[in-house]
Design a protein around this ligand. Structure first.
Ligand code: UDP
Length: 382
């Protein structure tokens, strides 16, 4: 058996590596070694529990308030002893956090092939999203295998002169996780949300946590929701707030006066998937939500100026609207009031996957390690 180490620490990483870990567990030629960095401790434990995953090792590199440089230094010194102890045949990193970039470099220095899951996403602006655009490019420079979710992401890598033979288009594992989760029965732990499932009024779901939206943009988003909530007492707004205290301080006082705004703790992954199913419109700056919602046939308004996920924008279910208060109010109102505008944006499309990305990823890793062959690439069907 070849050992494949998976390193991850945030909620979105946990969702996206879970299907891969499960698929590795049932492989006859590869076995997973699961390493958590504990970045989003509580949210991570919750996602792991949902998928029945228990990390084998904990890389305790996170310190409250540490800068990106301090974190990088801790990963660069903390990871090598674990690599020496476990001696993995390959290491998988997912996405674009600082952990991904620095762990990839540490593995490269150790001569261990790096597999980059969700490779090739690009906004085209090195400063936005910050530091993610740089992180994914750095990881891409040292990866031996690029698991690209779409042909768009493959083309981004080809433009950067990445060896075509090292790229496999597999789809995004977020859709594997979503398909399975959307089919499970889920009870809402928050009574206010459970109540929404039984009532008639429209539901608008909001998430916002990006670093570049902290400060003024977050305040403008809050003001837009406040104005919408004031104008539409029959519509409910659900806002699971990220644990980041800076986000909470900025936006919670603005939303506090409105009884139809349900502000809650981050929802368990399965509950969040089912709230997406309840929603008529989703406002978000999240990457993962931009991928999930189109698959559920939900219109998404993206609270950012750019996106590294143009596929659903091209398919017409995602629109970039930025963080201007008036723009948010107008775009949301249109989707709530104009059935034709809503219909145009709510065709279920699956540009990001067909639920088999983990299977293709395992096959491509097996090929990299000389113990298997790749499967046919992911091709989206509309
Ligand atoms: N998510 C969740 N609970 C929430 C909000 C989001 O489980 O309250 C899930 C969501 O379904 C998606 C992932 O978290 O799979 C997205 O993570 P996030 O928005 O934190 O990060 P990003 O995708 O922007 O990196």
């Amino acid at each position: 058996m070849k050992k494949v180490m998976i390193i991850y620490g945030t909620r979105p990483e946990a969702v996206k590596v879970a299907p891969l870990i499960k698929a590795l567990q049932s492989s006859e030629v590869l076995e997973p070694v699961v390493v958590s960095t504990g970045q989003h401790r509580e949210m991570l434990d919750q996602v792991n529990a949902w998928f029945g995953i228990t990390p084998d090792l904990d890389l305790k590199v996170f310190q409250h308030g540490a800068t990106l440089s301090e974190l990088s230094a801790r990963i660069l010194t903390g990871l090598p002893p674990i690599l020496d102890e476990v001696r993995p045949d390959a290491v998988v990193v997912q996405g674009d956090t600082t952990t991904v970039a620095i762990a990839a470099i540490a593995c490269f220095y150790h001569g261990i092939p790096v597999v980059h899951l969700e490779a090739g996403l690009r906004s085209g602006n090195i400063h936005s999203p910050f530091p993610e655009e740089a992180n994914r490019k750095l990881a891409g420079q040292v990866a031996a295998l690029h698991l690209a979710p779409t042909t768009t992401s493959r083309d981004n890598l080809l433009r950067e002169a990445v060896d075509p033979a090292s790229i496999a288009v597999v789809g995004n594992t977020v859709i594997d996780a979503l398909h399975w989760t959307a089919q499970q029965e889920v009870a809402f732990s928050d009574d206010r949300i459970a109540h929404l499932a039984e009532q008639e009024g429209d539901v608008v779901l909001l998430t916002s946590h990006r670093r570049e939206n902290l400060g003024d943009p977050m305040r403008r988003i809050g003001q837009a929701i406040a104005q919408l909530a004031d104008e539409r007492p029959g519509t409910s707004f659900v806002f699971p707030v990220h644990k980041n205290p800076k986000i909470r301080a900025e936006i919670l006082p603005i939303l506090h006066p409105y009884p139809n705004v349900i502000v809650c703790e981050p929802l368990d992954y399965a509950e969040f998937v089912h709230v997406q199913k309840l929603a008529k419109v989703i406002l978000t700056d999240s990457g993962g939500v931009q991928e999930e919602a189109p698959s559920l046939g939900k219109p998404v308004l993206v609270l950012r100026e750019n996106t590294e996920r143009p596929e659903a924008v091209d398919a017409g279910t995602v629109r970039l609207i930025g963080t201007d208060t008036t723009a948010i109010v107008e775009a949301t109102s249109k989707l709530l009031d104009d059935p034709e505008a809503h219909r145009r944006m709510s065709q279920a499309v699956n540009p990001y996957g067909d639920g088999r990305a983990a299977e293709r990823s395992v096959a491509a890793i097996a090929e990299l390690l000389g113990v298997g062959a790749r499967l046919p690439e992911f091709v989206p069907h509309h």
